[in-house]
Design a binder for this molecule. Structure first.
Ligand code: ZN
Ligand code: ZN
Length: 362
């Protein structure tokens, strides 16, 4: 039996439709028929050759929800339910080794050097070959952490929890705003929208959202953004004036950089108040540099700057819970749905930022 998969064979070229033989499963592996696969901003960076983790040829797609077609041996969900054929499941895209210094001593599996992410860092020439979600089937690694999807949930609505939602959850796990604080989020893509939702959940009084895409900014307002600043219409100086007026001249308590660009991180350091926090969750690939004055930007202001690299199962779980608590809201994020054969179009609408989130439905 074979499965159709869309493969990145050369950067910036259309993905190639290829049939891959479905392998015999190893103990613990799960064959999943993909129900929905999210198109992530990282997929665009990988497609353009900007992500140093990419290894060609590879099946793109690291955000998936699907039905179990086959499994080898007894397999339990994170919550202890025994999995069976036909179950609709969701999983943590990253599989860490559990035994290295970062996994075993620091308990920071996101930093594991052996972390495997299907759709990001294993080519389709490596077993189990079906190593990505832009395909009819994926074979999940034996140590994948799996969740059952509750009945009645549209699979497309959950996909973003596995990457952008989980990364935002990781950030807010490291630095939580106090109730009543002013939070600013730079970058209104899926990461930024999850950040808006988490800021509200932690009790932020004011959520300032800065971005350049009117469609994404409007979505941010629906997610709970209270002050929406379009950077194409409001200059950086004017934005700083508006923020000072809102904060007794101090600046923002917590700034979340969710754009993955150097100017966004620079602005975050400028608008945070003395003693405040900056969370950088937006960089999934090198995003440029800027002149950094350690005295002026960091020390004299006594701020904390926290980088956030990917996520772990705990964060995937939190992001999933956030969606399950308000699925109608998160359904609005899915602005585009395409059949698998139109994957190149799905990448284009995300690249042009026309879509907030595009999902492939095989
Ligand atoms: Zn490890
Ligand atoms: Zn992603």
């Amino acid at each position: 039996m074979k499965a159709l998969a869309y493969i990145l064979e050369a950067f910036k070229e259309p993905l190639a439709a290829r049939e891959i033989v479905i392998p015999d499963l190893e103990p613990g592996q799960v064959l999943v028929k993909i129900s929905a696969a999210g198109v992530c901003g990282s997929d665009l960076h990988i497609w353009k050759g900007e992500d140093p983790r990419s290894r060609l040829p590879m099946i793109l797609g690291h955000e998936g929800v699907g039905k179990i077609a086959a499994l080898k041996g007894k397999k339990l969900t994170v919550e202890g339910e025994e999995l069976k054929e036909g179950d609709l499941i969701f999983w943590n895209r990253g599989v860490s080794c559990g035994h290295c210094y970062y996994c075993a001593v620091l308990k920071e599996p996101s930093l594991c050097h052996n972390r495997i992410v299907q759709g990001i860092n294993i080519p389709c020439t490596h077993a189990p070959y079906l190593n990505g979600c832009y395909a009819e089937y994926i074979v999940l690694q034996a140590n994948t952490d799996i969740f059952l999807v509750p009945a009645g949930i549209d699979p497309a609505v959950l996909v973003a929890a596995s990457c952008s939602g989980a990364t935002a959850a990781h950030g807010f796990d490291m630095i939580r705003p106090e109730p009543g604080e002013v939070v600013a989020i730079i970058g209104p893509g899926p990461l930024g929208l999850f950040a808006v939702a988490f800021a509200r959940a932690y009790g932020a009084s004011t959520v300032i959202l800065i971005g350049g895409s009117p469609a994404r900014l409007e979505m941010g307002r629906q997610f709970g953004g209270t002050v929406i600043l379009n950077r194409h219409e409001i200059s950086k100086e004017k934005r700083w004036q508006i923020i000072r007026d809102l904060t007794h001249g101090r600046g923002v308590d917590l700034v979340v950089e969710a754009a993955g660009s150097a100017p966004a991180l620079q602005e975050a350091l400028e608008i945070v108040r003395p003693g405040g926090n900056v969370l950088s969750i937006g960089f999934s690939q090198p995003g440029g540099t800027f002149a950094f004055d350690g005295f002026q930007h960091l020390v004299q202001k006594n701020i904390r700057l926290q980088g956030v690299w990917v996520s772990d199962t705990r964060h995937v779980y939190r992001a999933m819970a956030m969606i399950l608590a308000q699925p109608e809201l998160f359904a609005r994020m899915i602005t585009h749905r395409f059949p698998l054969a139109r994957v190149d179009e799905a990448l284009e609408v995300m690249d042009r930022k026309e879509a907030v989130k595009a999902v492939l439905i095989p």
